[in-house]
Design a protein around this ligand. Structure first.
Ligand SMILES: Nc1ncnc2c1ncn2[C@@H]1O[C@H](COP(=O)(O)OP(=O)(O)OP(=O)(O)O)[C@@H](O)[C@H]1O
Ligand SMILES: O=P(O)(O)OC[C@H]1O[C@](O)(CO)[C@@H](O)[C@@H]1O
Ligand SMILES: [Mg+2]
Length: 536
């Protein structure tokens, strides 16, 4: 049976208290300097997901490496992030200047222990395996950049999201105030800005109040990722820390940049900060700006409710963002209490017949005289495509462009009640799509953005690269980029949250129809997401 060894400590216990002379020699273990690292092991059969580049896989018998016998650590997995020393083994390291800064002068425990890890799953049973862990984010005692040597850049890609400007501001202010970094460049207009636009110099002064505005101070774009041109540009400009803010597509781009940097063997730390209004990035608890968007969605839902309760047989439809993941719609519905029915991409629905949407609308109109439907933009796309005979279009990044399910549903309900039921209804369709993401972040998202920015800075300064930061069970962690791009976060219909929504709205689950049941059965397995994407 294969045994998997994972490097656990960047340096051994005895080496944690390194002399404060700087630069010190690098004693980071490379993949081969196994004697410095403590290993934990697990049986390969118990592993889920791919290994990142910092996991070490060896056959004990082939390599003659016998793991320390530690029954306590059996089944403990560290999904570690790459480090610059894995391809630049002789990099010098320095004492972290943080302790000398105003902010951290009296902090009791300034540095995160290299032993600190964050558990992926916190609900366990007595007999559970210890499972997957990520390296805890935060400042390290030793850094791999001298402050005056750092030349950082920030880029924002993909769609907007509340809080992007806060992240930009806090990267600039954090680098400057905590590490004394002066050279920070803004890459304008997304990935293509690396090679097609001039950079802007970012200072704490120039970004001082950008967090009060929505959007991105640096502008954004889709498409235009050309890895070679980007890395050429990074080299030409002497950039050695790259902070990349964006969604799943952006993180894939960040992984490609990291790999090319590693191939060229240049000292450049690549840090990803996950951004997605749809909350569709896996592993992390929640994406920044999500709460703000849900809050803003309340205004649209409230408007719909006011409109429909003021007329006879009022039916309100509110369309919210959510390409493949219905989190915004689900959370906005749960928060509002004015919503009668929530339709999301993950949950199939049908219109006609017993247990269908038309029947439910009629029932609610009879009971209450009005009703509100919240609709995620990605819901029911296959029906809309059939009705409109539309061909698939994609954006510059290759994302499928969605058809307007809100308009489609509005028309379907109108037709049904006017022509079939001969019943007058008052339809109100509200489409606040961009309004919920084009606003500044709320108070809690602002704090969250600050933590993300700081975690990214500490990680890059400590020499980590090819990582994404984010909270895992409320603790910020460094997560290998590949881990957050391999799959997409979707609402699991089998989880209690969706059951809570159904229990709150008392809407039909739409499982009465045979065709839906068949699709639902397919969706229940882990491949649901892939099935969904290809089927629409
Ligand atoms: N597989 C990939 N490899 C390299 N770059 C990619 C990849 N997918 C997307 N990108 C690049 O990442 C950038 C953003 O991608 P995309 O438009 O899909 O937005 P996103 O980051 O997923 O954000 P959002 O959640 O707002 O859609 C684009 O410039 C695109 O070219
Ligand atoms: O900004 P664009 O290109 O119109 O894209 C909108 C899409 O971006 C997102 O906000 C994030 O992926 C989706 O919810 C939405 O479908
Ligand atoms: Mg995306």
């Amino acid at each position: 049976m294969d045994t998997v060894f994972t490097s656990f400590y960047p340096y051994s216990h005895s080496r944690n208290s390194l002399p404060s002379t700087s630069p010190s020699t690098n004693d980071f273990p490379s993949h081969t300097s196994l004697s410095f690292a403590k290993f934990v092991f697990t049986k390969q059969s118990s592993l889920r997901g791919p290994f990142n580049s910092h996991s070490i896989k060896v056959r004990a018998s082939e390599d003659g490496l016998i793991p320390p016998t530690d029954p306590q650590n059996e089944d403990f997995i560290l999904e570690d992030v790459p480090h610059l020393t894995s391809f630049l083994p002789d990099l010098p390291m320095y004492t972290n200047p943080l302790k000398k800064t105003q902010a951290y002068a009296i902090v009791k425990q300034t540095f995160v222990s290299p032993e600190d890890v964050v558990a992926h799953k916190v609900v366990v049973q007595k007999e559970s395996a210890r499972g997957v862990h990520f390296r805890r984010a935060g400042p390290r005692e030793k850094v791999f950049f001298k402050s005056e040597e750092v030349r950082a850049c920030i880029v924002t890609c993909g769609g907007l999201c509340p809080g992007i400007n806060t992240v930009i501001r806090e990267i600039v202010c954090g680098l400057n105030n905590m590490y004394g970094v002066e050279e920070i460049l803004g890459i304008q207009g997304g990935y293509r800005g690396f090679y097609s636009k001039n950079t802007v110099q970012l200072t704490p002064k120039s970004v001082n109040d950008i967090h009060k505005r929505g959007g991105t101070f640096l502008q954004t774009s889709r498409g235009g990722h050309d890895t070679n041109k980007i890395v050429d540009n990074i080299q030409d400009r002497g950039i050695n820390q790259v902070y990349i803010i964006g969604g799943d597509g952006t993180q894939k781009g960040a992984a490609a940049i990291y790999k090319e940097v590693e191939r060229r063997g240049i000292k450049v730390a690549v840090a990803g900060i996950p951004k997605t209004i749809d909350n569709d990035i896996v592993v992390i608890d929640k994406s920044f700006g999500f709460d703000t968007a849900v809050e803003e969605a309340q205004r649209a839902i409230n408007a719909a409710h006011v409109e429909v309760e003021s007329v006879e047989n009022g039916v309100g439809i509110v369309k919210l963002m959510g390409r493949y993941s219905g989190f915004i719609a689900m959370h906005a519905t749960l928060a509002s209490r004015d919503v009668d029915c929530c339709l999301i991409p993950e949950s199939p629905f049908y219109l006609e017949g017993q247990g269908g949407l038309f029947e439910f609308v009629e029932q609610r109109l009879k009971e209450n005289g009005h009703m509100v439907i919240v609709l995620a933009e990605g819901a029911g796309q296959e029906y809309v495509a059939q009705s409109f005979h539309a061909s698939a279009e994609i954006d510059a990044s290759g994302n499928r462009l969605l058809l307007d399910v809100g308009l489609w549903l509005t028309q379907k309900i109108k037709d049904h009640f006017t022509n079939v039921r001969k019943m007058a209804i008052n339809m109100k369709y509200i489409d606040p799509t961009y309004m919920i993401r084009a606003i500044p972040s709320n108070a809690s998202d602002n704090i969250y953005c600050t933590l993300l920015a700081h975690s990214a800075i500490h990680g890059a300064m400590a020499g980590y690269t090819g990582f994404t930061v984010g909270p895992v069970n409320s603790r910020h962690a460094y997560i290998p980029i590949s881990r957050v791009t391999e799959t997409t976060n979707i609402v699991k219909l089998t989880d209690r949250m969706w059951a809570r929504l159904l229990a709150s709205t008392n809407q039909p689950s739409f499982l009465g129809c045979e065709a839906v049941q068949e699709r639902f059965a397919n969706k229940m397995d882990d491949d649901f997401h892939n099935l969904k994407i290809t089927s629409i």
